[in-house]
Design a protein around this ligand. Structure first.
Ligand code: UDP
Length: 242
């Protein structure tokens, strides 16, 4: 059904007052769980996500082992209380899909060959969801992997752009996701801009797609700076990154 909700006002401001190319506020804490090898708590707008990394450890059951490299098991889970209508606990199609695409994105930056027969488990728990949880989860997972000391080519980072009321904008909020025209979540390796994940919901013209992709890459770089600062704040002896 057509929605009457106006997502951008006459001054070009969005419902929460953001400009089209503005991210929601991001806050990252590193190493918050003491039983995990690495962990991260991340807030991105109203999203609240906890990530715990375990491993590398022997992959079990043994038939899952790869004799040449480690396997990555990302498990994305949305808490029952994380959304307005209570979510039925346990895995569903959506969480399996998100777990799969995040696992594949993380595999591209981890030096897997260093850990034959091992598994690296990445548990992503969404405690509060307000659109963009896969991006928040993947961004937190990158930090938790670095905190675990797992050798990485780069710290992966994720952000979405989309289209609302005919305008391409960065980082859709809840109403924008519900009533907007398109959502384009991506993840990149910020050092090289290699795309690690790209999904699309809705419709964009080729020009809109190019604009949204560029905007999402810029958003990734902003989030990447926040990741690096959070890691530096925890490991003060780390060399300074601009
Ligand atoms: N959502 C919900 N219940 C669900 C799944 C999703 O209320 O069972 C909401 C939640 O706020 C989520 C948003 O819908 O962040 C958008 O979901 P989508 O599948 O697009 O993934 P996301 O944007 O979170 O990566």
């Amino acid at each position: 059904m057509e929605s009457d909700i106006k997502l951008i006002d006459d001054n070009g401001k969005r419902l929460d007052g953001r400009a089209p190319d503005e991210l929601r506020k991001i806050k990252i804490e590193v190493g918050v769980l003491h039983r995990a090898e690495g962990s991260c708590y991340l807030e991105w707008g109203g999203n609240k996500v906890m990530v715990a990394v375990y491993g590398p450890k022997e992959a079990l059951p043994r038939h899952t082992q790869n004799p040449l490299r480690a396997i990555v098991n990302a498990r994305y889970n949305m808490a029952a209380f994380s959304v307005d209508d209570r979510k039925r606990p346990g895995p569903d199609r959506r969480s399996r899909e998100i777990s799969k695409v995040i696992s594949e994105a993380l595999e591209k930056v981890i030096l897997l060959e260093k850990f034959p027969r091992a598994s690296i488990d990445v548990n992503i728990e969404v405690l509060n969801a307000e659109a963009g949880t896969r991006c928040a989860g993947l961004t937190a997972a990158g930090v938790a992997l670095a905190d675990a000391g797992i050798p990485l080519k780069d710290i992966p980072v994720s952000c979405a752009a989309g289209k609302i009321d005919g305008h391409v904008v960065l980082d859709l909020g809840k109403e924008e996701d519900n009533f907007g025209d398109a959502d384009l979540p991506i993840a990149i390796s910020p050092r090289t801009n290699e795309i690690l994940l790209l999904q699309m919901d809705g419709h964009l013209t080729v020009e809109e797609f190019d604009k949204a992709l560029e905007m999402a890459i810029n958003g990734c770089h902003i989030a990447s700076d926040i990741q690096k600062k959070a890691i530096m704040d925890k490991y003060q002896s780390a060399p300074e990154v601009k």
